[in-house]
Design a protein around this ligand. Sequence first.
Ligand code: SF4
Ligand code: FES
Length: 245
Amino acid sequence: MSSPRTISFDIFRYDPQDPNDKPKMVTYEITEAPGMTVFIALNLLREQQDPSLQFDFVCRAGICGSCAMVINGKPTLACRTLTANFPDGKIKLMPLPGFELIGDLSVNTGKFMRELAERLQLWLQPDSNDIDIHRLENPMDPAEAAKLYELERCVECGVCVSACATKQMKDTFVGAVGMMKIARFEMDSRDTRTAEDFYHVIGNQDGVFGCMTLLGCQDACPKDLPHMQQIAYLRRKMAQTIVSC
Ligand code: SF4
Ligand code: FES
């Protein structure tokens, strides 16, 4: 049986809170184990070699979206990436671009998602006259529920934001995650906002008409969400709104 190989990690290190620190790459080596993910390797590095290494995780199962980072140039989830995917044993880790850096590989996706939700009003806006606190539930057509469920699978990891060249060049661009969430409320029959209301939010170059269809969001999304289908759907809706105005 061949002996396990040594994996080399080149990791971005920087503490923006420390005025004396400067961004740098630091190399670590670790012995690979069967089924090892980048996430497992990072935990071992932190436990055994450098307790100051910053990165995020919660679930270890591709559900929380916390462990997103750029792995050998590709934004993705560390807990879903096997070290065996890299035959030369060299792995370079960078923080996701487009987000506030907390330190090393940790970025503030939560702040980004909260600001996006406030800007686009990403919450259900039902008819306030139709609220009955004695009614236990609002029945929904199963086909509509299935469509909404599909778009609710987003784990807010931020990968599509980092993978989008338009978003990286233009900070005000809504991006795929914002447009998919808009589509989710536009399709929800309980939401009282009209296509015209959504037009005022995304019917411009910062919204659906600014997307250059480079497909980075769809290629990189770890939940395989149908971004291009949703953006095309919203474009059609917004174009029909212009025609009917
Ligand atoms: S749409 Fe996909 S890539 Fe974007 S935040 Fe949600 S899960 Fe992550
Ligand atoms: S740790 Fe939750 S998605 Fe990776």
